[in-house]
Design a protein around this ligand. Sequence first.
Ligand SMILES: [Zn+2]
Length: 450
Amino acid sequence: MKLQFLGATGTVTGSKYLVEVNGRRILVDCGLYQGVKNYRQMNWQDLPVKPEKLDAVVLTHAHLDHSGYLPLLVKKGFSGPVYTTPGTKELCKILLPDAGFLQEEDARYASRHGYSKHNPPLPLYTEEDARKALKQLQPVAFNDIHKLADDVSIRFRPAGHILGAASLEVFDGHELLVFSGDVGRPDDVIMYPPEPLKRADYLVIESTYGDREHLDLDLDAFVRLIAKTAKAGGSVLIPAFAVGRAQMMLHILEQLKSQNRIPPLPVYLNSPMAIKATEVFHRFHERHRLSKEDCERIDAMTHYVRTVEDSMALMEQNYPSIIVSASGMASGGRVLHHLKKMLPKHRNTIIFAGYQSMATRGEKLVHGATSIKIHGQDVPVKANICHLDSLSAHADAGQMISWLSSIKTPPKQVFVTHGEPEAAQAMSDRVATELGWNARVPVLNEEVQL
Ligand SMILES: [Zn+2]
């Protein structure tokens, strides 16, 4: 087998791995770079492999940093199958067209306001491109061994994290190459723990939290923030990833409300994508901790803001409320309009609930930015900003180590990716010292013979 790292090296986004196994070329994950501009610009560069030369794509999960390059890959000539779990397929049907739509909107907005470097501003791909790519998705159930050839098979293993998320095994008849995918935490509020791996001859692992441990979920702090904001006559905005974190926040809010622990403020979900993702949660109860009744209680509590008109009406409203909106790192979507309105007022509170990638607006805000650029305008930051990192969907460093320790025979080599440089190195060091395995951090486009 040969493995080449085509993304998620030195950063948490852009996951792409080329695996050449017994004459087949498989792209594992097909993610977009997000966040820092230098990285985002890499989305415009050609991959070192021609898309038409790939035999298959396999996605570990639906987050755009693992799936969002797919429409472009198809547009550039990839016509083969894209294997995903059934949950990932459903979520990709929501996320990918939306990603195309947002890129078209950004390009239109940039051309109206003249702040793009491309002239005329171009989307990376369109909603139409994304819909075309969806036709190539082929679901494979968790734990099924799926043969790509007589001597090449793949298998998805539940990884927690978000609905449909998997670790991936690639087997050539002799050796087992395993990609951790994004690994959930054992104590996630809505997802089940990742299943133990048991065996890996070669292993590629994520390291989003490679140099950090989560604090315990401090619901009291969350409750106090909401109470304080309501008392001041302000509103609470929770930027949340549309898939997973948004549903988790609604579940937590519903519980706190029904226990009368927070004031009876109206709760809005203003993200068409998160609303659709919530519907998918209703259909996959066996894959997450929320029961049918939990989902129904969330529905009963939440005002779903679907249309642009309703979204604009919500912006105009000054009554204190709790608004959950996407995207989670404030890199796009309707949350930007809420931020523009809410950031300049002291009485409002913005609660970030998840990992904030470098140089995103979310990362700048949680690190104390006093002003932030939105749609080309400088917006002063007066609102109270808070980061509840304890709500992340990723395992922390200690949780990763204990998850890995289920592998009894040491892998020949562990490759640590999907982390900022310090986090990846710290994870690699811990794997080496605490598990005694060979571990290292690969560089972009590095090829290794396994
Ligand atoms: Zn993810």
